[in-house]
Design a binder for this molecule. Structure first.
Ligand SMILES: [Zn+2]
Length: 271
C-alpha cells in the first residue's frame, strides 16, 4: 500500500502526488476534555485514523494523501472542564487559510477538510464560503459523524449518533488507544443527556451559546458504559467508507454548473 501520510513522504514524492492530481485530506479536530475516561486527544486521534483508513480505501481509484491533523480547534464550550486548548475564530480561520494556500501553491486541486469535532463545523463552512470562489482548488468540508450518518449510528445501542465521550467515541478509542481508555468503571460516567447540540439552542429553532457544562456534570454526553472495541471497529470502518465514497464520487469535485440564462453572461461565473 502506498504511503498516505504527508509527513512521512519526501518533498519530491509530494510533488509527484500533486502532478498525479492526488486528493489531499486536511483533517481538523481539537484537543479538549473528554470526560474522566478518555484522553484529550480523542477527536484528533479519531480524525487521524478515519482519514488514513479512508485514504487507503480510496487509493485504488485515485491517489490520496493526508496531512497531519490540525489539532487546535474551536473548543471554548469545553474550557470549564479543564484540559482544553482552544483557538479564537480569527486564529482558526487564519490557520486553515494558510494551510489551504500552501496546498494550492504546490498544485493540489482537490482538498477535503475532514473534521472530527462538532465545534468546528459552522466555522469550517463559513471559511469555505469565503475562500471557495477565489480558490485555485475545489474545497470540500465534511464531518465523518454526519457523512456516515446511519451507517455509523446503527452500531450504537441507544444513542441517536456519536456524542461527546459517549458510547461511540469510547468504543473507537478502545480500538485506537486501548491503553489510554480508563475502562475501570465506565458505566459510572453514563449520562442521560439528550442529543448534543441542544445545549446550544433556545426556543424552537434559535441559537444560544452555552458552555458544555450546561448539559453534563462530568463532561460526557451519552453512555460510555455501552462501549466495546467491536463496535468501535465497525464504526471506524463505516466512517472511513463514507469518506472514501465522498472522495471517489466524481460529483464531489466536478465544476459547478453555470445555468444562467440571458443578460448575465458577461459577468464572470467565478470571482
Ligand atoms: Zn470528541
Amino acid at each position: 500500500m502506498p504511503e498516505t501520510d504527508w509527513s512521512r513522504l519526501k518533498a519530491h514524492e509530494l510533488r509527484t502526488l500533486a502532478d498525479n492530481n492526488a486528493v489531499v485530506i486536511l483533517p481538523v479536530a481539537s484537543i479538549e476534555q473528554h470526560g474522566p475516561h478518555l484522553p484529550t486527544m480523542t477527536d484528533t486521534r479519531l480524525g487521524h485514523e478515519i482519514a488514513h483508513r479512508a485514504a487507503r480505501k480510496a487509493y485504488g481509484a485515485r491517489p490520496v494523501v493526508v496531512t497531519p491533523v490540525v489539532w487546535s480547534g474551536l473548543s471554548e464550550h469545553h474550557m470549564p472542564f479543564g484540559g482544553t486548548l482552544t483557538l479564537s475564530h480569527t486564529t482558526f480561520r487564519a490557520v486553515l487559510c494558510d494551510l489551504i494556500a500552501s496546498l494550492t501553491r504546490h498544485g493540489f486541486r482537490d482538498i477535503l477538510i475532514s473534521n472530527s469535532h462538532g465545534g468546528n463545523i459552522i466555522a469550517m463552512q463559513q471559511i469555505l464560503d469565503e475562500l471557495a470562489p477565489d480558490c485555485a482548488a475545489t474545497l470540500v468540508a465534511t464531518t465523518y459523524v454526519m457523512e456516515a450518518g446511519e451507517d455509523l449510528s446503527q452500531h450504537l445501542q441507544d444513542q441517536p449518533g456519536i456524542m461527546h465521550a459517549g458510547e461511540g467515541e469510547t468504543s473507537m478509542m478502545m480500538v485506537c488507544e486501548p491503553d489510554l481508555v480508563d475502562s475501570s468503571d465506565l458505566t459510572a460516567h453514563d449520562t442521560e443527556t439528550a442529543d448534543g447540540p441542544r445545549f446550544l439552542s433556545a426556543g424552537r429553532a434559535s441559537y444560544r451559546w452555552r458552555p458544555f457544562a450546561h448539559m453534563t456534570g462530568n463532561g460526557v454526553a451519552g453512555k460510555p458504559g455501552r462501549a466495546t472495541a467491536q463496535k468501535g471497529e465497525k464504526m471506524m470502518e463505516a466512517g472511513a467508507e463514507a469518506l472514501a465514497r465522498l472522495i471517489t464520487d466524481p460529483d464531489t469535485w466536478s465544476a459547478p454548473q453555470d445555468l444562467r440564462t440571458g443578460g448575465t453572461m458577461d459577468v464572470p461565473f467565478r470571482r
